[in-house]
Design a protein around this ligand. Structure first.
Ligand code: ADP
Ligand code: MG
Length: 316
């Protein structure tokens, strides 16, 4: 078996804040990142899995669902996640395939519709925390949706956002398919949007549930299950910072697992953004002894090579 690398792309890779997020814009953004990923592959990276976020995209699918509810039946959230795996997976395959051909390193790029098992009794189902979709400003609108069973949190001055449960990923259901594809030389896109959340049902197929799994935690689990040696989380900041956004802010380069785990458990990193990334990277290193990095999208090649971003050392 060759060396395996899992790279997680943040939502910012696809639809940066402040852009409208048209299909054209999303394609251009993905393409820009895939140009760098293709370079990595041309440099000799062997077995590669890409995973990606879907926050803005799944929110948009939900809005369409709602606006059209009197015309076509709305579909559940797990179907919406599946739809985003398809559109983002298609665009990655299309642009990365093109870039690989351009460099003379043609490889199949295969997006896998991927399910991730969660526990039906995960406490997250009673306490939705994951914000999805747009900010809503009209309290009457929010009240009407709450009567429909949706839940909202107030986000400062900007209004309300819908929140959904974000249960812990327990197992990557489609991991055996990813294994086969990797061993046959494909580059695989898997666990998009954290994977389609499913639960075990008595005497039936796995069933989808209304939740969105954190894509960094699901990426770390996939990397562990695949026996990957390297797990890289790419986002829109150069590294993890201590005292982020304060005058004392300091970027972390190489950091020991013990130090980063201590900061994470002490609640140093914010729950909605850097917290899950640090948790995911720490889990991967703790469980596998492999290499993990959190870095900027602009530093794909250096981050995979261990020379950019925050690098977590298993022992020092
Ligand atoms: P993604 O879409 O890539 O998953 P997020 O927006 O969820 O990214 O998280 C990245 C953001 O985390 C950065 O843009 C930054 O503003 C924020 N952030 C919060 N705390 C930190 C920290 N300690 N160090 C670096 N960035 C942080
Ligand atoms: Mg984001």
């Amino acid at each position: 078996m060759g060396e395996r690398t899992v790279i997680a792309l943040g939502g910012n890779a696809i639809a940066p804040a402040g852009t409208a997020g048209t299909a054209e814009e999303q394609t251009v953004n993905i393409w820009r990142t895939m140009r760098q990923i293709a370079e990595l592959v041309a440099d000799g990276l062997d077995q590669l899995v890409l995973t990606h976020g879907n926050g803005p995209q799944v929110g948009n699918v939900l809005i369409k669902n709602e606006l059209a509810r009197d015309v076509v039946p709305p579909v559940p959230l797990d179907w919406c996640v599946a739809q985003t795996q398809a559109t983002i997976g298609f665009t990655i395959a299309d642009t990365l395939g093109h870039e690989l051909r351009r460099l003379g390193h043609e490889r199949p790029v295969v997006p896998v519709v991927s399910r991730v098992l969660v526990a039906a009794d995960d406490p997250a189902f009673a306490l939705p925390t994951k914000p999805i979709g747009p900010y809503l400003g009209d309290p009457d609108d929010v009240a009407r949706r709450e009567r429909d069973g949706q839940q909202f949190v107030r986000v400062g001055e900007r209004g309300w956002r819908r929140v959904v449960p974000s249960p812990q990923p327990l197992a990557c259901v489609d991991r055996p398919a990813v294994d086969l594809l990797l061993d046959d030389g494909a580059i695989v896109v898997a666990n998009g949007g954290g994977g389609i959340p499913v639960v075990e049902q008595p005497d039936g197929p796995l069933g989808g549930v209304e939740a969105v799994i954190d894509k960094d935690l699901a990426g770390a689990l996939l990397a562990e299950e695949l026996g990957a040696t390297t797990f890289v989380i790419l986002t829109d900041v150069p590294a993890v910072a201590i005292d982020y956004g304060t005058p004392q802010q300091r970027w972390l380069g190489e950091v020991s697992l013990a130090e980063l785990r201590g900061l994470q458990d002490g609640g140093h990193f914010s729950a909605g953004s850097m917290g899950p990334k640090v948790e995911a990277a720490c889990r991967f290193v703790e469980r596998t002894g492999g290499r993990a990095a959190i870095a900027s999208l602009d530093d794909v090649v250096a981050a995979a090579g261990g020379t950019a971003g925050t690098r977590i050392l298993a022992s020092t």
